[in-house]
Design a protein around this ligand. Structure first.
Ligand SMILES: NC(=O)c1ccc[n+]([C@@H]2O[C@H](COP(=O)([O-])OP(=O)(O)OC[C@H]3O[C@@H](n4cnc5c(N)ncnc54)[C@H](O)[C@@H]3O)[C@@H](O)[C@H]2O)c1
Length: 437
């Protein structure tokens, strides 16, 4: 009997290595569909939270975590019990933008020390083409003394879930799967088909699957960079970018991207994986890195425009009272890692402004630990000269002009609505100085 049948009959276990925004929802979904799941993470504190029924990612929710049959553990010995392993550990970049493969290598090492003969290991972490076979496999072979293709098999299946998105979920997004040979591909496809109702796409090789994921995010990054560049150009021309995009968007093949900050650990990071590998092969990226440079400069650009607009409404810049609403890297998600909102904070500080930051969704402890910032409650935001609406959380979408008025002090109210959440005309009519990307 093969692994797929054994998993379905409850005679084999599946493990998740890395229980973050990606790994935890996968573990929970397999468990929900009757598969025996071991959820392993080396972060003991996180495991303790899961065991207590607390979901720090808010992806599944506390109730689901409380009810799940996933066996949460920080003991790698438990991995010996599983025969199908899915790795979903982080793939960040170093400060020089080169890939930091230490978590993937670490996961390969732990698996190498604990896999049983006959196992299948599937990597989900976003990487450049070649990491699974050329970086991870040698580590697993060395640690286990086993031979890939003979004693264990390998596959790759990139993750497309979008934290905070309650519509596009693991089960409803078509999933790319790949395997080192036909038999492994069929097993990997069969296992993921248990949880992915939208179906799987069988990629012709592991490297194709790795490449597909990294270009999905690079494409988004480049398109957003183009919008950001347009925003800078139209800003100089005194034309409202979103109005231009609304007009251009009436053409059937105009792509509906918007300007904005590009943070997080996917879109702003993955392109560097691709350009790093390209560079190693002697090709220096032109388009991808240009896009990265523009997107990475947008926090500074927003802060500069805050200062220019403060001057325009005759408010002293130094010690101006500025509030930033939203600190996470994206809307409706508690994750603050690699948030570009911090670039705004840093640039404002250069002008002698210490902003008040409020974010009802953000993980406050993480914000303190990673950035040293103390997040305030929205109710504490008062007497401001300017408000920067930085993240489109639904909490902010429901703010009325009157609510917004309550955040300001005397004089002209300056609103920088980065994502264009509010009705520009309504605010202008109410006497606001309104600015957006
Ligand atoms: N979050 C997203 O939106 C998203 C979407 C698609 C793909 N991805 C990719 O998926 C991967 C995981 O991302 P994430 O957002 O879930 O990361 P995350 O940081 O939320 O979670 C990763 C988990 O792995 C654990 N970990 C690290 N090294 C480990 C090891 N050696 N053994 C066991 N556990 C280990 C960490 O403690 C953490 O809990 C990354 O490659 C990311 O690029 C993320």
């Amino acid at each position: 009997m093969d692994i797929l049948e054994k998993l379905k009959k409850g005679e084999a276990k599946l493990s998740l290595v890395g229980l973050g925004y990606v790994g935890m929802p996968i573990a929970v979904e397999f468990a929900k569909r009757g598969i025996k799941v071991i959820g392993y993470d080396l972060n003991k504190d996180k495991i303790e939270l899961y065991k207590k029924g607390i979901d720090p990612t808010k992806e599944a929710g506390d109730d689901v975590i409380k009810d799940t049959t996933v066996e949460f553990t920080s003991d790698p010995e438990k991995l010996k019990e599983a025969s199908f392993h899915i790795v979903a550990v982080p793939t960040p970049v170093n400060s020089d933008h080169t890939p930091d493969l230490r978590p993937v290598e670490g996961a390969a090492r732990i698996l190498g020390q604990h896999i049983a003969k006959g196992s299948v290991i599937v990597f989900e972490s976003t990487v450049y083409p070649g990491v699974t076979e050329d970086v991870c496999v040698p580590i697993i072979e060395k640690e286990s003394g086993l031979k890939c293709g003979v004693d264990f098999k390998i596959g790759y299946s990139p993750e497309r879930i979008n934290p905070g998105d309650k519509v596009h979920r693991l089960s409803t997004i078509k999933k790319i799967v790949s395997g080192m040979d036909e038999e492994t591909l069929e097993t990997v496809a069969g296992v993921y088909s248990i949880v992915v109702d939208a179906g799987v796409h069988k990629a012709e090789s592991i490297k194709v699957a790795e490449a597909a994921k990294v270009i999905e995010n690079s494409q988004r990054d480049i398109n957003i960079a183009f919008m950001n560049e347009l925003s800078i150009i139209f800003g100089k021309m005194g034309i409202d970018t979103l109005s231009v995009l609304e007009a251009a968007g009436t053409k059937w093949n105009f792509l509906p991207f918007r300007p904005g900050l590009v943070g997080g650990h996917c879109i702003g990071v993955d392109p560097y994986y691709l350009t790093y590998k390209a560079e190693e092969l002697g090709y220096h990226s032109q388009v991808i890195l240009s896009g990265r440079r523009i997107n990475d400069s947008m926090g500074k650009y927003v802060a500069e425009n805050c200062v220019k607009n403060l001057i325009a409404i005759e408010k002293p810049v130094k010690n101006a009272k500025v509030a930033i609403l939203g600190f996470t890297f994206k809307e409706n998600c508690p994750d603050t890692r690699n948030s570009k909102v911090f670039d705004i904070v840093e640039e404002l500080r250069e002008y002698g402004i210490e902003p008040v930051i409020a974010d009802p969704q953000a993980d406050k402890e993480e914000a303190k630990r990673l950035y040293g910032v103390t997040l305030s409650d929205l109710s504490d935001v008062k007497d401001m000269d300017a408000v920067i609406l930085a993240v489109a959380h639904s909490d902010f979408g429901s703010l009325t002009v009157k609510d917004m008025d309550g955040l300001f002090g005397k004089g002209t109210r300056l609103l920088l609505d980065i994502k264009g959440m509010m009705d520009r005309k309504e605010y202008e009519k109410a006497g606001y100085r309104y600015w957006r990307l």
